[in-house]
Design a protein around this ligand. Sequence first.
Ligand SMILES: NC(=O)c1ccc[n+]([C@@H]2O[C@H](COP(=O)([O-])OP(=O)(O)OC[C@H]3O[C@@H](n4cnc5c(N)ncnc54)[C@H](OP(=O)(O)O)[C@@H]3O)[C@@H](O)[C@H]2O)c1
Length: 182
Amino acid sequence: MSADEPFSLIIFGASGDLTRRKLMPALWSLYAGRVLPEPFAIIATARTGMADDEFRVRTRAAIGEFARIQPPSEAVWERFAGALSYVAGDPADASLYPRLERALKDAEATRSGPANRLFYCATPPSLYDDITANLGASSARTRSTGSTTTSARRPSRTSSSSGSPTASSSLCGTGITWPRSS
Ligand SMILES: NC(=O)c1ccc[n+]([C@@H]2O[C@H](COP(=O)([O-])OP(=O)(O)OC[C@H]3O[C@@H](n4cnc5c(N)ncnc54)[C@H](OP(=O)(O)O)[C@@H]3O)[C@@H](O)[C@H]2O)c1
């Protein structure tokens, strides 16, 4: 995909610290800096039960705490928050993936252009195999009309052998690197 195409980002482990402290503040900062490709959808998922609105409220609090740029107005925040949704489920359970596919389709139905999909694993590395296997078997990955990419952030405090990313990518701080489709 090119840098200005619409995209959907699915974040596994979206109830966790990495998402709260780094990912969502970084994505907001890109949006605020007008360098996040639009339109976009961010579909967050984890086992913790949560409605879309609760994820938005949590994200707003995380941005207040960790982002360098704060929303300049409620209207700007609401525009960003409108792109956020949450699907509760266990990433190791195949039954989650049709629900993610539905959420992707709903997001993609509201826009034109290729259905670029980025799957980001903000989970313990022990879940990467289950997630990639379930994605491989699901239409969420195979029915995209654009590129699909699966990424993870290397654990910072443990050996890299158990936490190698499935594709090279960095999604934190000031920028997103979009790897080639995997
Ligand atoms: N936090 C950071 O700043 C940071 C920095 C660099 C790298 N990392 C790496 O990023 C990864 C995530 O770290 P984190 O700090 O966000 O961890 P965390 O706060 O424990 O969050 C992990 C996420 O994975 C889900 N999860 C945990 N165990 C699970 C299981 N057995 N089955 C299904 N889902 C499970 C949790 O959600 P549910 O329980 O709701 O499912 C949660 O959303 C780790 O590999 C860590 O080393 C983190």
